[in-house]
Design a protein around this ligand. Structure first.
Ligand SMILES: [Zn+2]
Length: 138
């Protein structure tokens, strides 16, 4: 699974887990383009702390992960804004599952089994389906 950042929910999807972040500000390191990065948020999962930062020149987003105080890795992050959340869902759900979510969100008849499968998939990575549904725009 990709490393993703769901901006409206401030969720980082890292090693197949969604980790909620705390908004932060300040210097976030240097980008590979040479630009200055600014901090977006910090995410804590047990003894792992992860900083997500964004380049002020090219808008690339990166994560920097630490275990206790030790550096583990730096990795590019794909950012999904509110109008891109369906793109994120289409990458982790099947067509039928996504369709069920969209239909339910629009108050139409939907495939109940497909919706439940989608719900389970999202729960597995730690995302509550109602939380993401409330952020979806079409
Ligand atoms: Zn850059």
């Amino acid at each position: 699974m990709m490393t993703a950042y769901l901006e409206p929910l401030r969720f980082l999807i890292y090693n197949e887990r969604a980790i909620k972040g705390e908004k932060s500000e300040g210097f976030g390191g240097y980008c590979s383009c040479g630009g200055v990065m600014s901090q977006k948020s910090w995410h804590v999962n047990g003894n792992i702390r992860i900083l997500v930062s964004e380049c002020e020149s090219c808008w690339n987003a990166m994560l920097t992960a630490f275990k206790n105080k030790d550096f583990i890795e730096r990795r590019e992050v794909r950012v999904f804004k509110r109008n891109e959340l369906t793109d994120f869902l289409s990458e982790i759900l099947s067509q039928a599952e996504l369709e069920a979510i969209v239909k339910r969100r629009n108050g139409e008849n939907y495939n109940y089994n497909a919706f439940n499968r989608a719900k389970k998939k999202l729960e597995k990575i730690g995302i509550d389906i109602d939380t993401i549904l409330s952020e979806l725009i079409f």
